[in-house]
Write a protein that binds this ligand. Structure first.
Ligand code: P6P
Length: 311
């Protein structure tokens, strides 16, 4: 068994917490490696330009300097972690195989919401982990771990490996367990209505939004999926929505790099995630660039919303 050199107490502390919670050693090591990537990105974000670099990602979206820098940091960690066999990213157009004997493949959005950097809003990194190097044909329900890092006033990591959801907060370079068991309670009325433009083509979505307004729901939408989902997990309530339209039924958000990991985390916290017809966790992965509509949050709120929308 290959043990990593623990350069400081941080990895050991987080590693021990994950092992005590029942994580297999190789997966715990990988999660610590990913948390270390988040720590490095949190440092880079402060000094790297918020501007675009003139290149495009696999989805044809313009790349910010921090998209590229975050990708570099994650690739460096994925290439050194002995348990990673392959990885792919929202910034790549292929699966990067790093070692045939690797136990896991890793799929990430290195800097989700990078268009918010120039206005200094909170952004994040989203990661899903699968066993083996071949994810096509699997479902997000096959994930063995998922996490997101949020770069806000504080840097936090929300993670699961199937034993509930834990939050760690970066404190003076060290990861501290800040919430041992994140759970929804559905007591408050929050909503995060993404893709409001769809109301023009979707009278059902428009009617749903109207009902939240009439029901005096509190709007909590930042334009960043990570802070918007984090709001639901930390407040214990709410729904985030990003529907499709007749012209673009699959909408914008990516199954592998955004919706799948978020669905795993939300279900582990007692919530649910749907594409408007079935659970995101049951969607068959057919390509690395697959997109899906998403309705995610408290289970009752998701069920109610989906029942009132025409799939
Ligand atoms: P829109 C950010 O670009 C992102 O991928 C998610 O973080 C966010 O939820 C969504 O797109 C916002 O999309 O259409 O509101 O800009």
């Amino acid at each position: 068994m290959e043990w990593r050199l623990v350069v400081n107490m941080t990895p050991l502390l987080m590693l021990n917490i994950l092992l005590e919670k029942g994580a297999p050693i190789e997966l715990a090591e990988l999660l610590v490696e990913l948390a270390d990537s988040v720590r490095e990105i949190s440092v880079a974000i402060v000094t790297t330009s918020t501007g675009k670099v003139g290149t495009k990602n696999a989805f044809g979206e313009e790349q910010a300097a921090m998209d590229v820098r975050a990708e570099e940091i994650l690739q460096a960690h994925m290439k050194t972690c002995p348990f990673v066999g392959a990885f792919s990213s929202e910034e790549l157009d292929h699966l990067e195989v790093v070692r045939d004997e690797g136990k896991y493949s890793v799929y990430y959005d290195p800097l989700d919401g990078s268009s918010l950097l120039d206005v200094n809003c909170s952004v994040g990194t989203i990661v899903g982990v699968y066993e083996g190097n071949e994810v096509i044909g699997q479902t997000p329900g096959d994930q063995v771990a998922a996490l997101y890092g949020q770069y806000g006033p504080r840097t936090t990591v929300m993670l699961t490996f199937g034993q509930g959801v834990m939050e760690f907060t970066l404190h003076e370079g060290a990861w501290v367990l800040s919430e041992a068991s994140v759970q929804l309670n559905e007591e408050k009325k929050y909503f995060a209505p993404g893709n409001l433009r769809a109301c023009g083509d979707r009278p059902d979505y428009y009617a749903l939004i109207q009902s939240y307004i009439e029901g005096k729901y509190t709007l909590r939408y930042s334009g960043g999926m990570v802070p918007d989902i984090n709001h639901i997990l930390k407040k214990g309530s709410g729904i985030f929505m990003y529907p499709g339209t007749p012209d673009n039924p699959d909408a914008k958000l990516r199954l592998l790099y955004e919706c799948g990991p978020m669905a795993f985390l939300m279900e582990q916290a007692g919530g649910a995630a749907s594409n408007g017809r079935i659970s995101i966790m049951d969607l068959k992965i057919e390509s690395l660039v697959q997109r899906t509509p998403i309705f995610i949050g408290g289970a009752a709120q998701v069920e109610d919303a989906v029942s009132r929308l025409k799939a």
